[in-house]
Ligand binder design. Sequence first.
Ligand SMILES: [Zn+2]
Length: 618
Amino acid sequence: MSPQLEEIKSKLDIVEVIGQYVKLQKAGANYKALCPFHKEKTPSFIVSPSRQIFHCFGCGAGGDIFTFIMKIENLEFKEAVRLLADKAGVKLTYESPEINSQKQKIIEINEKAKEFFEKQLENNREVQGYLQKRGLKSETIKEFHLGFAPDDWRSLVNYLIKTGFKPEDIVASGLAISKLETTEISDKLQVTSYKLQDIYDRFRSRIMFPIEDASGQIVGFTGRIFQGQSPLKTIKDIEAVGKYVNTPQTLVFDKSKILYGLSKTKTYLHQLGTTLLVEGQMDFLMGWQAGIKNIVATSGTSLTPYHLTILKKYNNTLILGFDMDEAGEKAAERSIDLALAKEFNVKILQLSQGKDLADYLLEIKDSSEIKDLLNKAILIMDFYFKRAQIMGDINSLEGKKAVISYFLPKVKKLINPLDRAFWLEKISRYVDIDIHALEDELKRIAIESAKIIDENEPEYQYSSSVTLKTILEKPRYQILGERIIAFLIKDFSFKDEVKENKKYFPEGISEILEIIFRANLPEDLELKNLQKMNLREEIIDKINELALRADYELEMLEKFNVSLKEEMNKQLSDLKQEAVKIKLKKIENEIMMAEKDKNERQIQDLIKQFGQLSKELL
Ligand SMILES: [Zn+2]
């Protein structure tokens, strides 16, 4: 953790920070409350002053003050740090000063460019007329600072140079292209200096949409081609320059991580509990204008896991405002799969076929129509089920097969087994084919994109707080091992027993086990002492979490009148059994391999080992 984050943490007390949001009650060394992140009647939300962490044993939420503020205030990590830094009176200087000032410069350049483009639009009747025809009101154009980049190679560059910016910084902002470099501007900090004549405007003859990050700073632009009087008339010409051009990747802009409009709509996403996702600025602006406030847009890229991680912070229901004709459905498939994998309720806005949202909104007279449509958005599986019904005539076997082969892959992608069972049953009844036959068929379908790896987890997930969900997904063997260690952290009288059984513990936790063995007293494992030990951050986090877990579980034991000794003995013997079972399984596999190789000696050897080990199960 950076020294600044450390400083903020050292100046603030987690009990005070959380106490401003939640009514905390003292419970032994810790504090307890009803969890603010899920509905509950008995408190399972625990705050530890000595470890400066919180954890909810109901929903699995947990972490430090930064995690808490992010969750409760719905903030990005950086914003949460800013808020807490203010509270702590710590002055922030983020990354290295050079990168920091470079980023700042790019944002300033973007600000100036925005003003420049706005001025150009104010003076251009033709473009204004076009935007009006597309349905945008002048208030909307002002509110979102739409602008126009003239049909000229250097007008913006000249303006920015006159304002005092250097050519290399303008190139770094992505607003200008250098003739010297053919590659896109990388996010490296290479300040080569350019001469004015080496650079030219990236956006020419385009309607400009400034893009803000979640905190409202302008990080980039999308430029939509404006033909007007320009010689670009044929479709081929337009294809050559691109209908839409985005700012390339810069120090502050990455289109796979930015959602257009989020800075304005994020509070609504939280309040209204659903998000309408559309593609492109026009759909967004027309929607906003019609009074839809819980809306965001991707621009120039399809939906990424990163986008979804951001959206998940606000709510769980995603309404896709895409065109869902047959081609549209295919194009949206990956977005839908990603959203389902992140356990969103995915709904579909049912526009009439072949229309995008902007066109639809241009035609309707009353904006209540769109609100109606939003309320009627149907769950993706209902949508698929309806579509399946038109895939074939179920009075024939061929028709039944067509329906099934469309629908079963969708069922396969559902994560929740109850959902699967529900839809399997439904389709079974519809096509009138025995559910067991469909189950067999389901097994046969290759799991294509069922597992989508989230390669884009945001940077703020630095704290390795393990959620309840991951605990539930962990193998029993691992859970047992961790539970015993948790109790051991609190009570050293079991140390010798654990030491004797060391070899039965999962490998992954042996490092923590060693740390505990080296400690003389439980006090040595308190946070302040751990910090002196020069341990890796995730190890400290893990010990902290296990300790809090022990506090919580000890209380449970007391409630149910079970002694810790009793519990420990049982856990240790269970752990041993699990460990032996795993080893036996491994030997079994080795025997099979040896049999394949016809290696008699090895087989005999392994069988002997198997026999000896089996005795330990008794
Ligand atoms: Zn909770």
